[in-house]
Design a protein around this ligand. Structure first.
Ligand SMILES: [Ca+2]
Ligand SMILES: [Ca+2]
Length: 1006
């Protein structure tokens, strides 16, 4: 300390003598005629910028522009060029003088003079030529009037539901045809349009690739045909049945608070505000600029540099009509942001708030090196939060641009609620840039990605054509670490919260690292039909190889936690301690250091509370009330937690499950076995694990209920009978042939437990074809109940070669569909059908039957009652793919497309019922019979269409799963939307009489 005293004294004595840093002041009460001092401040930022330019040649210390608290409304973009730059040792600092976020630069202009109109609607005539694509009320974005209305889903705040789905749509159009259409369900008829010339439809045309949301001009709305026709902008793709859509931008849709409509022809703005009172008092503002603040150097040799923005709030910019993906605007060269940087170096943006952008939050395009973005909150963004893009070739197009987008630091930022106007959005986008660091940040509420990264390879989506480098800059040596990511992927599919693609080729050196990242709750709206969102997705085969993932934990991803398009991206990745692989060790996670840092501005909500270590849960009780279930209850830890307690449940020392409730049912137990349970708690998903509770022991009681014989069936060779019980049968009893009798008398030769422990395969003398039998089981004396000893019972069956009979009457869904089925589809009771039926939602519901069920090379019959919710190519049954495999088949396709029929399809050949024989939304009995070389379709018990030649179809035996409701082809599962009941597969051709009985004698309604 002694040595510092003289220095401190010198400093205290010298201010008057030494050159002072120039400081200018701006105030909303200022005047541009003033000198810009603290006492006599400027009024505008433009005036201060001139003053800085004048002062720069003489400056030897930083020049500071102190902006007083208040709203500064910008009517044009505030532009900084090379002339406004600091130089080494002299920065130009633009700061909020009265605290973080207090100096607010806004592109919004308040609208006044509202007049009441009908109901809650207020109107205002704008000056000639005024217009905008987005509107704000007191800092909240309003929506263009739409149908159906937006519904806020707090778990998916960035999603744009509700959507309607199309009943039907156009097949692929001929070249040059720009008139696409969709047909809506009668129940979804839109209000009569007020000004159709302006109406848009936002539609996901494909169902699969449910990220491709068009915004298209409606060209005709035919209410008789229930048809919305729209300009496809040259993309003449099919619009599938069940395509999600909503209509927008017509006065007739203005019916709820938060909606507005601007009639572009008349300049009349209509609005139902969110707030109460006269709209003149509600701070409704219209944006006047697309980019609020821009730093634009002339080229990479004339950069804007050494500028610092501290504590500013940048707010409210306009959008451009979002018909196109953002990259269609020359990869950002013609795009906009609250803060836009091109040809910049050593620029610092610290503790700034970027809120309510019509396009990006912060956009760095082209050459931008060594910039820092720290302590910021970036939210309510039209497209992406922060976009770095250098996806450009040098003039001539044969090599990458020499511009560099490198060594930028994005640290300690909260970026959320992005993609509000364009769905293909990300909290952070890294395009063809290198050596950048994204760290200690919280990213959430995105309709698509938290982060996406693209580089410079190309090949084809199938991975068959060779991958090669392009003439674009690479994406390499980027480091993403200590990120807290949650609630992304909210409105689209085929994505990962962390996504990367086209980065690398086999053996390439474009390597990026992801470390210390937690990803939670990646989940889309239920209406989304595509591949469910993943935690991490490496897309494009062989083009995203060699990336590094260390210490990454994914919880509650709707799809797999980690997905790779093609195995090479996954197998070449370096993975260490990742939660989707065995041996994951939570102790290696830096939970306390993931996410925002302690100095994150409290004005922006401060960092998330640090998780604490809970005490052990107390009062654990464990009860086994039955032979197959143990119920655990406990009380919450005494420790006060920052979030919800997450419990880890241990059985015999091993973690078996997690629960956010203080109760758990363990259904994976065995009778008469003793188990020991313990519980430990953690503070939320990620945090230090507390100690375990005291152990609690239980012995599961013996099953006193004997197995019941449920059903029997003959096998195709008529030499075996399969007996099905409701639970496992003791093998010694199953093998005791004296216990089984078949009447009329057939000799039982041997018996054994089948591949399922609850089935017994009985070998018999030859059964007569198509006869009725009864199988009886007689239990041995003494008649004690006990495990695996079946009760006396009998079951009738016919030797009619019924290989599979799905009645779907079990009340419990998933797994309880019967011994022959598993899957996630539910059974439901419906009016007019006995028992229950299988419901398939057309999105992801499926059932799998026995894989050993095959149609073979002889006669067969498929029969079922079906209710088809929507038309289109949807698969009812599948055993493999139907397009290029001679021994695989599906049943359900329409041929030709939209013929409203049903086709058995094999190897690209269709055997279809008559056109319009299978309308939607009614119960129909459908059957398909192969008899020698002839195919016959039946609808409601009568032949439909002509018999067809099946002589070119060979043996239909394969080892693929037998699927109901989809086919095993991930790119296009052809989900069936509707219901199925009384599904039968026979290894013989049923007669016309038999089909008629199945198809006309409905089981009585209950
Ligand atoms: Ca509406
Ligand atoms: Ca049924």
């Amino acid at each position: 300390m002694k040595t510092t005293f003289p220095l401190l004294a010198v400093l205290l004595l010298t201010p008057l003598a030494a050159p002072r840093a120039a400081e200018f002041f701006i105030s909303t009460a200022g005047n541009d005629e003033n000198p810009g001092t603290e006492e006599l401040p400027f009024a505008t930022l433009e005036r201060a910028r001139h003053a800085v330019r004048d002062a720069l040649p003489r400056a030897t210390e930083d020049i500071v522009v102190s902006i007083r608290a208040g709203v500064y409304r910008l009517e044009r973009t505030l532009l900084f060029t090379e002339q406004d730059s600091g130089r080494d040792g002299v920065a130009v600092v633009w700061r909020s003088a009265d605290g973080i976020g207090k100096a607010r630069l806004s592109g919004g202009t308040p609208l006044g003079g509202w007049q009441p109109h009908a109901g809650d609607v207020w109107k205002l005539r704008l000056p000639d030529g005024a217009g905008f694509q987005t509107l704000y009320e007191d800092g909240v974005r309003l929506r263009k009037a739409r149908f159906p209305n937006y519904r806020h889903d707090p778990e998916r705040a960035s999603a744009c539901g509700d959507y309607h789905v199309s009943e039907s749509g156009n097949a692929e159009l001929a070249a040059g045809n720009r008139r696409s259409w969709l047909e809506y369900f009668a129940a979804n008829a839109p209000p009569v349009a007020a000004s159709p010339a302006q109406m848009k439809v936002l539609v996901f045309p494909w169902g699969v690739c449910d990220w491709h949301r068009w915004t298209c001009q409606v060209t005709a709305l035919d209410r008789g045909a229930r048809r919305i026709e729209f300009d496809n902008m040259g993309d003449r793709t099919e619009v599938i049945d069940g395509a999600r859509y909503f209509l927008e931008d017509d006065l007739a849709f203005l019916d709820v608070p938060g909606e507005f409509h601007l009639d572009r022809a008349s300049g009349v703005l209509s609005c139902i505000p969110l707030g109460r009172g006269h709209p003149d008092t509600l701070n409704i503002t219209a944006p006047k600029v697309l980019t609020l603040v821009e730093l634009r150097g002339a080229d990479r040799d004339h950069c804007v540099r050494n500028l610092r923005f501290e504590g500013l709030s940048l707010e409210e910019t306009d959008a451009i009509s979002p018909s196109l993906f953002w990259w269609a605007h020359e990869w950002g060269r013609r795009d906009h942001a609250l803060l836009r940087l091109s040809n910049t170096e050593a620029v610092s943006i610290r503790n700034c708030r970027l809120r309510n952008s019509g396009r990006h939050g912060l956009l760095m395009v082209g050459h931008n090196v060594g910039n820092t973005v720290c302590g910021c909150r970036i939210e309510q963004i039209g497209i992406s939060g922060v976009t770095l893009c250098n996806r450009f070739s040098a003039p001539g197009g044969t090599s990458a641009t020499a511009d560099r987008l490198e060594h930028n630091l994005l640290c300690n930022n909260r970026i959320h609620d992005v993609g509000q106007l364009g769905l293909y959005a990300s909290c952070v986008e890294l395009m063809n840039c290198s050596h950048n660091e994204v760290c200690h940040s919280e990213l959430f509420n995105s309709p698509r990605y938290a982060t996406t990264m693209r580089g410079n390879t190309e090949g084809d989506a199938t991975g068959k054509l060779p991958v090669r480098w392009t003439a674009l800059p690479p994406a390499k040596q980027n480091r993403l670490h200590h990120l807290r990511i949650h609630h992304c992927g909210q409105d689209s599919g085929d994505l990962g919260a962390l996504q990367a693609c086209v980065l690398n080729i086999p053996g390439g050196d474009c390597i990026n690292t992801y470390e210390q990242i937690t990803i939670a709750d990646t989940r889309a709206l239920d209406s989304m039909m595509d591949h469910p969102p993943n935690g991490i997705f490496l897309d494009w085969p062989k083009q995203t190889m060699h990336q590094v993932f260390r210490d990454i934990q994914v919880v509650r991803a709707q799809g797999e936690p980690f997905r790779s398009n093609g195995e090479e991206n996954a197998t070449s990745a370096i993975m260490a301690n990742v939660s989707w692989k065995g041996g994951f060790d939570e102790n290696r996670m830096d939970y306390g250091d993931i996410g925002l840092q302690a100095d994150y501005p409290p004005e922006f909500g401060g960092p998330s509370p640090q998780p604490v270590q809970p005490s052990a849960p107390a009062e654990l009780s464990v009860v086994a009330l039955s032979h197959d279930s143990v119920t655990l209850r406990w009380s919450a830890p005494a420790t006060r937690l920052s979030g919800s307690a997450c419990y880890l449940i241990y059985r015999d020392g091993k973690e078996i499950a997690r629960s956010f409730d203080e109760v758990f049912e363990d259904a994976a137990v065995k009778q008469s076995v003793a188990y020991r349970y313990e519980i430990a708690a953690r503070d939320g998903d990620f945090g230090p694990l507390g100690p375990r509770s005291g152990p609690c022991d239980v012995r599961v009681p013996v099953d006193t209920q004997p197995p019941q014989l449920l059903a029997a069936r003959a096998t195709r060779d008529l030499r075996h009978v399969v007996a099905m019980f409701n639970k496992a049968v003791r093998p010694d009893l199953a093998a005791d042939t004296t216990r089984f009798t078949i009447e009329p008398r057939v000799k039982v030769q041997s018996a054994r437990v089948g591949s399922s422990p609850s089935t017994v395969i009985i070998e018999t003398a030859a059964l007569a074809a198509d006869a009725s039998y009864v199988l009886r089981f007689n239990r041995p004396p003494p008649q004690t109940a006990g495990s695996g000893i079946p009760a006396d019972g009998s079951a009738g069956f016919r030797s009619d070669l019924l290989l599979l009979h799905g009645q779907f009457d079990a009340a419990k869904p998933a797994g309880a569909l019967g011994e022959q089925f598993r899957g996630n589809a539910a059974t439901v009771p419906v009016e007019g059908r006995a028992g229950r039926v299988l419901r398939l939602d057309g999105r992801n519901a499926w059932v799998e039957g026995p894989a050993d069920l095959n149609l073979g090379d002889g006669d067969f019959t498929l029969a079922a009652w079906i209710w088809k919710e929507r038309s289109g190519n949807r698969v009812v049954l599948a055993k493999g793919n139907d397009f290029s495999s001679p021994n695989e088949w599906t049943w359900g396709f329409e041929y030709p497309l939209k013929a409203n029929n049903i086709a058995f399809r094999c190897n690209g050949h269709y055997f279809a019922s008559a056109p319009d024989s299978v309308p939607t939304r009614r119960w129909l009995h459908v059957a398909f019979v192969r008899k020698t070389d002839t195919a016959i379709n039946y609808i409601n018990g009568v032949p439909s269409g002509e018999p067809q030649d099946m002589s070119k179809v060979g043996d239909l035996t394969n080892s693929l799963p037998f699927l109901i409701g989809r086919r095993p082809f991930e790119r296009s599962p052809a989900w069936f939307a509707g219901m199925v009941d009384d599904l039968r597969v026979y290894a013989r051709a049923l007669s016309a009489d038999e089909i008629r009985r199945l198809g006309t004698v409905e089981p009585a309604a209950q």
